[in-house]
Design a protein around this ligand. Structure first.
Ligand code: NAD
Length: 420
């Protein structure tokens, strides 16, 4: 196998180790396996911004297309200080498996800018987004690569990207991004899609384990788009949300937190920290609290070899991308913890992004109830299929999900052949 030191990062090593392990299990053709280990193309850009204080700061941005065998590429845009080429490349690879697993006609991509979005003003964020979009303009388009929100980006970021791309084309092109505001071609239900998809998958997992989800004790790390929606929907459905954290710290109350009041507290103060009637808890300790379901919904590699044996949850629902390292995976499996892998668990976002893209291309928009019903069907079907594959092959759910996703991408390569 060829080495790829330029993409090296902890998450990329994890993604490669997963691919290599599953390729061996699938007895994948070695030429196809070799091709899947590399992104199709990767772009590094510098993004100079005039800051509010008057000087110019240069940020580094990336856009990586991992694979295009199944169609145009799809993947989020991340604004975070941890962004680097290796991380973005690994996340693009995971997107390839995720889109294939969910039966979507997409390859995987990812983008990012290394910055702390919380320290940038709205004007700086807008300029950063527009300049970044211009720098990667030849890599994106409705039938080429379609970005979406991820860590540190949101609907507003997508609206600026869409507007910037549209300006260069001389016409409105809603299909260039998903996760846009509804007023400019976004889809009903997209904002909640990832969190809602997690809840659908959890219902299916509880059913397969012969349990009832209602009344279960839940801990959520990360209270952003994904974590807050998952927490609210589970709370609405009668679960006890015992712990929640964000980048500043966490709060814990085994009797249950009132998620609506917590949301109001976050709106007023900017953090879950200091929520009345709950004990403070660190971001490390929150993962180890006694609960039935742990939902890491923030950043990668938070469950690792040093804390995995202290995880007390029965189910880990991977809302974040790559929250569990391969070493931790083995420890959790040995302890009987069911891990619902990221490429299945958090795929609701890309599924509804696909609905948004289809609606945008047709200029015909569906009702929210239709979107929720179709999302539920796809999430339940995918979970059941992965569960069966895992049972049949005697493997965990991550391996089952990767086997399905990777084999579909490999099949597309076999069918298309190698150009020229
Ligand atoms: P977000 O920016 O809306 O929220 C992130 C949350 O995590 C915030 O509460 C933030 O305070 C917290 N956080 C950030 N760094 C942290 C740290 N080091 N420790 C603890 N908490 C931290 O992001 P999001 O869109 O909710 O994405 C969260 C995760 O879900 C990411 O891993 C992302 O890749 C994944 N994901 C998102 C989507 C989507 O549709 N937004 C889809 C699939 C997967």
């Amino acid at each position: 196998m060829t080495d790829s030191p330029e993409f090296d990062s902890e998450l990329h090593r994890t993604a490669l180790a997963q691919l290599d392990r599953v390729a061996a299990r699938l007895a994948l053709d070695s030429d196809i396996h070799e091709r899947l280990r590399f992104p199709r193309r990767a772009l590094v850009v510098s993004v100079p911004i005039r800051m509010d204080r008057g000087d110019t700061e240069v940020f580094i941005g990336y856009r990586v297309h991992h694979n295009t065998a199944l169609g145009p590429t799809k993947g989020g845009l991340r604004y975070d200080l941890g962004v680097n080429l290796g991380e973005v490349t690994a996340l693009a690879m995971l997107m390839s498996w995720k889109c294939a697993l969910m039966g979507l006609p997409y390859g995987g991509a990812k983008g990012g800018v290394r910055c702390n979005p919380r320290e940038l003003s709205p004007r700086e964020l807008e300029h950063l987004t527009r300049r970044y979009t211009t720098e990667i303009i030849h890599m994106i388009g409705p039938d080429l690569d379609i970005p979406a929100p991820d860590l540190g980006t949101d609907e507003q970021t997508m609206a600026w990207m869409m507007d910037t791309y549209s300006m260069t084309q001389g016409k409105s092109v809603p299909g260039v991004v998903t996760g846009k505001p509804i007023i400019v071609g976004g889809s009903a239900g997209r904002r909640e899609a990832t969190g809602r998809g997690i809840v659908f998958v959890l219902y299916q997992a509880a059913k397969s384990l012969g349990q009832e989800l209602r009344g279960k004790k839940i801990v959520v790390q990360g209270f952003g788009n994904v974590g807050s929606v998952a927490a609210r929907l589970l709370w609405n459905d009668g679960c006890t949300i015992a712990g929640i954290s964000d980048v500043k710290g966490g709060v814990w109350n085994p009797a249950g937190l009132d998620v609506r009041q917590l949301q109001d507290h976050v709106t007023q103060t900017g953090s879950v920290v200091g929520f009345p009637g709950a004990e403070p808890v660190t971001n490390e300790a929150i993962l180890e609290q006694p609960c039935d379901v742990l939902i890491p919904a923030a950043v990668d590699s938070v469950i690792h070899a040093r804390n995995a044996d202290r995880i007390k949850a029965l189910i880990v629902a991977e809302a974040a991308n790559g929250p569990t390292t391969p070493e931790a995976d083995v420890i959790l499996r040995d302890h009987g913890v069911t891990v619902i892998p990221d490429i299945l668990c958090n795929a609701g976002g890309v599924v509804v992004s696909y609905f948004e893209w289809v609606q945008g291309l047709q200029y015909y928009f569906w009702k929210e109830s239709e979107i929720i019903a179709r999302l539920q069907e796809i999430m339940a079907r995918s979970f059941t299929s992965v569960w069966r594959t895992a049972q049949k092959s005697g493997v965990d759910l991550r391996t089952g999900a990767l086997m399905e996703g990777i084999s579909r991408v490999a099949d597309a390569h076999v069918s298309r052949g190698l150009y020229p």
